[in-house]
Each structure stands twice: as structure tokens, then as C-alpha cells.
Ligand binder design. Structure first.
Ligand SMILES: *Cc1c(COP(=O)(O)O)cnc(C)c1O
Length: 230
């Protein structure tokens, strides 16, 4: 089997599983996008996926993405940053990525607002599993405090929220983390008038079915598409 066949088979299987989960949740399958998480995999693999219509990608490190991606202008793929961003790499990141899904502090949002071209889309990352090793706003209060300011930044378009489920958690702990993000999302909608706020990025290879049951609009899948990371 060629690599293209392998990737096509994996994508087709995941699309089927997304469809099953969306049916189980009583949701329209078109409300869920599949992001291929291409970190550690070479550009050639991304190009093969693009051939079969998979055009949304996630990368977690600025340096790695810089080494393998074509410039944003004229690129057919959409590539989002999903890993922690250090302020000193923010300028590079906005020139390289179509969206930053991992804005995890007010300080980083201020930095992005000072140098991003308008309108620049972002997601805010929330730590819903209380794991100290994770990035993201630690509580709804922290998030709301930051949003009071970020919502007024004219060049940043806040498109939604992102979270990671607890790694190796039980099914109920994972679901709790996802439903927690969704309830925060609903309260943000009520409290802030954000025009383009409709993305709930949650779910990875091991837990995307649960994320879809809890309302995910974007599942971020790496190993189930590419195989184990190198
Ligand atoms: C690596 C990564 C993923 C994908 O993980 P898999 O388990 O390989 O599907 C999703 N989201 C983030 C933020 C990641 O860093």
C-alpha cells in the first residue's frame, strides 16, 4: 500500500467515526471539522493529505513549522498553531499561521494585538483538567477577566475556545472536562458580544468521539491519521 493509500484509509476511517459520533449526538456532521495535527511529520505528508482534500492542519511549534511550511500567502492549506506560544516568537507566529488556537494568557493576547495584521483570528485555551503541566486559562474567572480586555482589541477576532482533555483520564473525567469547556463557552456567549465566536476545539485521537458528544466543532487528530509520532 502506498503512503497516500494509507493516509486516505486513515482519513476515511476517522471521517466515518466522526459521522457516527455526530449521529449519536444528534448533530449535523458538517458542524465538525477535522484538523490533521502534522507536528513531527514532514511537509510531504501534509501535501499528500492536501491531495485528498484535507486542508486544515495543526502544528505545535513555531520553529518546526517555519522549517517546513510555505508562506501563508498563496498557500492552499490552512495551518493553525495549537501549542504554547512564547511572546518572543509571536511575530513569527502571526506571519506563519492562519490562526493561533492556543492563546493562553492576557499578556500573549496583548502582544498579538500589538503586532498582528487585522483582522487576526484566535482561540483562547482553557485548562479544564486542572493539570498543572497544561497551559491555558486556569478558571472561568481568569478567562473572563482577560476577555474584558481582549474582547475590545480591535484587530483580534476571538473565534472560540480550545482545551485538552485529561491525558489518560477515565471516560467520565474526559467528558467532564469537555462539558466544562462547553458550559464556559455558553457563558462567554451570553456575557460578551463576540461576533464570530463559534469554535469549540476539543478532542484528539483517543477522545474525539466524547468531544463530539459534548459539542466539539473541531477535532485535532494526529496519531490516528499519521501513525505514531517519530
Ligand atoms: C499533538 C496534539 C494533538 C493530537 O494528538 P493525537 O493524540 O496524536 O491525536 C491535538 N492537540 C494538541 C494541542 C496536540 O499537541
Amino acid at each position: 500500500m502506498s503512503r497516500l493509500d494509507e493516509l486516505s484509509t486513515n482519513i476515511a476511517r476517522i471521517r466515518d467515526e466522526i459521522e457516527e459520533a455526530s449521529l449519536a449526538a444528534g448533530r449535523d456532521v458538517h458542524s465538525i471539522r477535522l484538523m490533521a495535527v502534522s507536528k513531527t511529520h514532514p511537509y510531504e505528508e501534509m501535501a499528500l493529505l492536501a491531495e485528498i482534500g484535507q486542508l486544515l492542519f495543526g502544528e505545535n511549534r513555531v520553529q518546526e513549522a517555519e522549517g517546513k511550511l510555505a508562506p501563508k500567502e498563496g498557500r492552499t492549506m490552512q495551518v493553525n498553531l495549537i501549542g504554547h506560544l512564547q511572546s518572543n516568537k509571536a511575530r513569527k507566529a502571526v506571519s506563519l499561521f492562519d490562526r493561533i488556537d492556543s492563546v493562553d494568557s492576557l499578556r500573549l493576547a496583548r502582544r498579538l494585538a500589538s503586532l498582528a495584521p487585522a483582522p487576526y483570528p484566535i482561540l483562547l485555551e482553557v485548562n479544564t483538567s486542572a493539570e498543572a503541566s497544561k497551559h491555558g486559562f486556569d478558571s472561568e474567572d481568569d478567562l473572563f477577566f482577560a476577555l474584558d480586555e481582549i474582547a475590545l482589541m480591535p484587530n483580534l477576532i476571538i473565534q472560540g475556545l480550545m482545551t485538552l482533555g485529561p491525558l489518560g483520564g477515565t471516560e467520565s473525567a474526559i467528558r467532564r472536562s469537555f462539558s466544562h469547556l462547553r458550559s464556559i463557552f455558553e457563558r462567554v456567549e451570553q456575557r460578551f458580544c463576540l461576533e464570530h465566536f463559534d469554535e469549540l476545539s476539543m478532542g484528539m485521537s483517543g477522545d474525539f468521539r466524547l468531544a463530539i458528544l459534548e459539542g466539539s466543532t473541531c477535532v485535532r487528530i494526529g496519531s490516528a491519521i499519521f501513525g505514531e509520532r517519530r
